[in-house]
Design a protein around this ligand. Sequence first.
Ligand code: ADP
Ligand code: YYY
Length: 226
Amino acid sequence: MSRASSVPVLTIDGPSGSGKGTVSRLVAEQLGWRLLDSGALYRAVGYAAGMEGLDLSDGDAVTRCAQSVKIRFQPSADGADTRILVNGHDATDELRTETAGAAASAIASIPSVRQALVDLQLSFRKPPGLVADGRDMGTVIFPDAPYKVFLTASAAERAKRRYKQLKEKGLGVTLGTLQREIEARDERDASRAVAPLKPAEDALLVDSTGMPIADVVAKVLAVVRP
Ligand SMILES: Nc1ncnc2c1ncn2[C@@H]1O[C@H](COP(=O)(O)OP(=O)(O)O)[C@@H](O)[C@H]1O
Ligand SMILES: Nc1ccn([C@H]2C[C@H](O)[C@@H](COP(=O)(O)OP(=O)(O)O)O2)c(=O)n1
């Protein structure tokens, strides 16, 4: 799937709440590499399909939406925050909700939707390098990446992290519901026929349960700079 390229890629795949987004951003900053948040693309398609009033299980309609949607990552002037524009609308806050995560997971199981996002993802591979965060970065999109990590943590810890994160954003959630939602999403992402959530054979497995973020970042950076 990926075209031959000499530009290095570090892939960071794993389940929801394992810390992929946080670790990818910090590692990309340290390396001075670009960042691909592939989950945001699936979230944006789910969101755009919802805005169009589409039935998320209507594969043809959602695929047309994925082929035509305009997604733009717009970094703030100081680079500390990135806004995500979907068809010109700043949808950053809506995209972070668990509802958007569940919609993303649902449309992500449609093979033609995944296919519609391939070229866009490959286009992020530019010098000096790319850190790619998702579910199938090391297995499907960048199988030739020289550096691959699969980041996990226990479901209980991932739910607690997400609970804290959403609470801080003022979103009303309960820990029990969140853990059930996370487990349901893991199950769907891991059991789908195309590009399921699973470690690449050549990925380093990192279990971040009980591990401070700085230690995870150091471990992942060491994959690129031993
Ligand atoms: N090792 C860690 N220890 C404690 N909290 C963490 C750790 N890694 C990430 N977090 C926190 O967990 C939440 C979810 O992390 P995030 O990077 O969004 O995960 P993912 O992208 O895998 O869903 C964030 O609030 C983040 O700060
Ligand atoms: N490369 C990817 C990235 C995300 N997805 C799907 C499956 C995920 O449940 C949703 C949302 O992904 P995202 O990485 O934003 O979610 P988390 O931050 O891990 O909760 O999108 C995918 O199928 N393939």
